[in-house]
Design a protein around this ligand. Structure first.
Ligand code: ATP
Length: 258
């Protein structure tokens, strides 16, 4: 984990709740979740299907509004922003990676990265040298001229990670980034997420139902029934003063889901 001088959390969830209502039916998807993430940390959020992981992802990314509680990104409370300001904050501070890659099919890999940069509203033109660096890091040199349907799933996800990183966001939010990949491609994508977190320093939050994937993080938040069941530091974590790393979590050797 990259340590920076600013010790304030980059992400804070404070007593977050989300209730879905449809007619008389109410689902409490997130129930009073609080945690803070220091800059540069790699956090995995794990839990079984229906535990509220995706809802938490949408809340943390400002893609949906909380029923109560707050999400504070780098000192800014999403709830205080109107839709346009929320979109701006999201585009400038957060890079998203989705299970289904979500690349635009009519554009090349390069076009997908460029359009993400253009709509982020950056003042400077895209830094080509930085894209070269990302392409090296993600091993997609030579694949950038291809359209998504000419790329393997693993390559598409690595392009999606380059797209998320090109704006140098403070935060990467990844929702089941290996959910559509075989073991070999999953391992490659996980190690690239880990490496980019270490080398580029952005805070990374990864939603997963897979404990083996989660084990690469500095810290694992286990979610059950919309609440945080445990908050564990792994052997990769740099221990802050007074918080020695916990015993690493046991990792299921067969990639077992929880
Ligand atoms: N738009 C919605 N309307 C009503 N209920 C919803 C909605 N989205 C999610 N839910 C419910 O909220 C709960 C949490 O769902 P969520 O998708 O956040 O869980 P999850 O842990 O991401 O599950 P999975 O791993 O299967 O994607 C579930 O009971 C789900 O059925």
């Amino acid at each position: 984990m990259v340590q920076t001088a600013d010790s304030s959390p980059i992400i804070q969830a404070e007593n977050l709740t989300k209730v879905y209502r449809s007619g008389k039916i109410e689902v409490q998807a997130v129930r009073g979740v609080s945690f803070a993430v220091p800059r540069g940390e790699f956090v995995a959020i794990v839990g079984p299907s229906g535990s509220g992981k995706s809802t938490l992802f949408y809340l943390l990314g400002g893609l949906t509004r909380a029923s109560s509680g707050r999400v504070v990104i780098d000192g800014v409370d999403f709830a205080t922003l109107d839709d346009a300001a929320r979109t701006r904050l999201r585009r400038q501070r957060i890079g998203f990676v989705f299970q289904r890659f979500n690349l635009l099919p009519t554009l090349s890999a390069m076009g997908n990265v460029e359009i993400a940069y253009d709509i982020s509203g950056q003042k400077e033109p895209m830094d080509r040298a930085y894209l070269d660096h990302l392409s090296d890091l993600l091993s997609i040199q030579g694949r950038l001229v291809h359209r998504p349907n000419e790329l393997s799933g693993g390559e598409q996800q690595r392009v999606a990670i380059a797209r998320a990183l090109i704006t140098r966001p403070a935060i990467i939010l990844a929702d089941e980034p290996t959910g559509n990949l075989d073991t070999k491609n999953s391992d490659a994508v996980l190690s690239m997420l880990r490496r980019s977190n270490k080398e580029l320093g952005q805070t990374t939050l990864m939603i997963t139902h897979n404990m083996e994937a989660a084990a690469i993080a500095d810290r694992i938040l286990q979610v059950r029934d919309g609440m945080i069941l445990s908050d564990t530091r792994t052997r990769f974590a740099s221990a802050p003063a007074g918080h020695p790393p916990a015993v690493p979590p046991s990792v299921a050797g067969d990639g077992a889901s929880i």
